[in-house]
Design a protein around this ligand. Structure first.
Ligand SMILES: Cc1cc2nc3c(=O)[nH]c(=O)nc-3n(C[C@H](O)[C@H](O)[C@H](O)COP(=O)(O)OP(=O)(O)OC[C@H]3O[C@@H](n4cnc5c(N)ncnc54)[C@H](O)[C@@H]3O)c2cc1C
Length: 331
């Protein structure tokens, strides 16, 4: 899933965002016979699912009574693969200009993508984790913001910081793998599902509230690994062994450059009409990023919007085409 740097890319449809919506849109673009490129600022495909909950079961995707996040992404990537998309990963769409014949999108590595139409499936925007103030300089030396797989935590003393769903999900999932889990939260109320909180309370996880991880300690030097943390409760500091700290403090989502493209945005979402058209010609949007009356932000909704957007973009690319694609089962 890596990509190479090119100076110019030409395609019929450029998709900005390789989350579930963008991946399904890529399949659909292929079904409509388009050459398709997908850009994403993350190095991996799958958007929020890959970044935040690859190991969680999802229960509300049509046709799957229960599917692990990672498995859903794998299926979407295989389906998108039928369109042979040009993946432009680890790059952010920075500029957008349009003319009568198409749209030009500039990426932050200097690549220029020329497309007949653009579909923005940028979700909550380019997202970055909220920093752990005491963790500066420790990223990759024991401090992580994501838990994409559990194996690296085997046999370790793990400290998880946060009181939301991710903190509790990771505590629960890592508990059978790690040597010990301590969950540290600065308040005594949690934002996670009650059922998960109860499951964690019933497990061997130690929960410390009204507390903060005030310092990280380890071997000296740039590559020195984490060995211990200080946990401060009511002014009292306790040092305990820790080889891993997972900071699950939420994300700062930033629409970033998209806001400078002249697209109508409301509260960090792109306004669309029922055909998923934005106010700019040849520019469509789908998935979590869109806004209209009654909008619901779910994977299932993004899939429907992707199909609507790609079929309407098809007419923008080729005015002689029909919006309705016919049934895939007839092909
Ligand atoms: C913990 C958690 C659990 C969830 N559980 C469920 C669930 O059970 N069921 C459900 O339906 N939904 C669930 N959701 C919500 C679901 O993940 C989202 O609705 C879905 O991911 C939206 O997909 P998307 O493709 O529209 O956007 P995203 O998944 O956000 O993907 C957007 C992509 O666009 C990229 N991007 C943004 N800006 C740029 C740019 N300028 N240039 C290049 N790339 C850019 C981002 O890097 C990202 O990869 C959950 C969310 C979370 C956080």
């Amino acid at each position: 899933m890596t990509s190479s740097v090119e100076n110019t890319v030409e395609c019929d449809l450029l998709i900005i965002g390789a989350g579930p919506t963008g991946l399904f849109a890529a399949y659909y673009a292929g079904f409509r016979g388009h050459r398709v490129a997908i850009v994403d600022s993350l190095p991996e495909l799958g958007g929020q699912i890959t970044a935040m909950y690859p190991e969680k079961q999802i229960f509300d995707v049509a046709g799957f009574p229960s599917v692990k996040g990672r498995d859903l992404v794998e299926g979407l990537v295989a389906q998108a693969g039928t369109a042979k998309p040009d993946y432009l990963l680890d790059r952010t769409a920075a500029t957008l200009t349009h003319d009568d014949d198409g749209v030009t999108v500039g990426l932050d590595d200097g690549t220029e993508v020329r497309a007949g139409a653009v579909l923005i499936t940028a979700g909550i925007g380019k997202f970055s984790p909220r920093a752990l103030p005491s963790g500066e300089g420790w990223l990759g030396r024991g401090l992580e913001f994501f838990v994409p797989s559990f194996a690296p935590y085997a046999g370790k003393d793990v400290v998880i910081v946060g009181g939301g769903d991710s903190a509790f999900d990771w505590a629960l999932n890592l508990e059978p793998v790690a040597k010990s889990i301590t969950l540290v939260h600065r308040r005594d109320a949690f934002r996670a599902h009650e059922r998960t909180v109860q499951q964690v309370r019933d497990s061997s996880v130690e929960i410390i509230t009204k507390a903060e991880v005030s310092a990280l300690h380890g071997a000296d030097g740039e590559d020195g690994l984490l060995e211990a943390v200080d946990i401060t409760v009511g002014g009292e500091v306790t040092r305990r062994p820790a080889q891993a700290v997972v900071a699950a403090l939420g994300f700062i989502a930033d629409l970033g450059p998209i806001q400078q493209w002249g697209i109508e945005v409301s509260k960090r979402h792109v306004l669309v009409d029922p055909s998923m058209r934005t106010n700019l010609p040849r520019v469509f949007a789908a998935g979590d990023i869109t806004e209209y009356a009654g909008k619901v932000r779910l994977i299932a909704v993004g899939f429907g919007e992707a199909a609507t957007a790609v079929n309407n973009a098809t007419v923008a690319i080729d005015p002689t085409a029909h919006v309705f694609p016919g049934h895939s089962s007839d092909v």
